[in-house]
Design a protein around this ligand. Sequence first.
Ligand code: SF4
Ligand code: SF4
Length: 347
Amino acid sequence: MLFRVLRKEAVADLFGLLAESNRMVAPVQSGLDCLGSPLYAFKEVTDYYEISLTYTTTKIPAKKFFMPFRETMATFIVAGKDWTKKIDLNIDRPFVVFGMHACDINALNKLDKVLLGNFYPMPYYAAKRKNMFIVGIDCVPQPYCFCRSMGADTALHGFDIFLTDLGDHYFVEILSDAAFNFLRQLSVSEPAESDHALYVKTVSAKNNKFSVRVDTTDLTKILDMEFQSEVWEKWGKQCLSCGTCANVCPTCYCYGVDESVGLDLSRATKTKLLYSCNLIDFAEIAGGHNFRPESHSRLKYRYYHKHRGFVEAYEEALCVGCGRCGEACLAGITVPEVIASVRDQES
Ligand code: SF4
Ligand code: SF4
């Protein structure tokens, strides 16, 4: 990794350079919530001054750009006895995510393990992910963030450039050749000792701002021991089975495939739709049998996948502690509270 410092005014030039040949996706203010606080969303942008690099978090993660909620996988055209199949990976040119927080970069790294690392990589995801350039940006911990507990408050890989605000300039971490070549066209300089010291002080100040902590010590074992605990029924009674938590989660990737055939049988499409394990029919199979008909069994499954099964497979949880699911849940169910309640069963 290389380090540089970049004047804040030069970030607009960096944006301009990247925008010459890429689609640009960045956080912008999209409105106000009922309390008058700003809401943010990742959107495609053309103007640097639309962007809000000091955003808190977005309600929906940037995964909508590389794993859309609905995506056509293939179309089939039938003409007489002949038919043709067209596969579209749904990307016309590379894109840049300009201003991604460390938790969301770490979420991508986790998705890569599942969707790129297996014997059968997901081509629709790979096509977008391999044509992506990421500019990370530091953040201020919000009251619902627990990324530090999940080891996701710092991104060590999965980005090209990472910017940390040091006042009138950014401390720049450079991870890729492409990033180095872009930055060479701007007036970057070597960091002085004082920049290193200020960087360490800034990161340490950020670490002190986390107000929520999740104790993950021996969590996989505790989950094994508490599989039959009544605590799951308590949360299940509260859960509305709406699926919102999975939709806003940057690490949830489950999907279903819908096949539809035109009434005149001349055309068919295969569509991928993101799905949620909390929805009532998630584990329903042909014949109508449902392996998880109760809401508590579905909610429990989500927690066991993220904090038990994924840890067993990849030695890390499938949760980056962004807190989006708890913020979006109309039933007020949050990861820190659920995990604390399960741990309490052991005390
Ligand atoms: S936990 Fe909350 S967001 Fe998730 S399905 Fe249940 S009610 Fe909906
Ligand atoms: S489970 Fe919740 S806190 Fe964890 S990554 Fe998903 S949305 Fe964020």
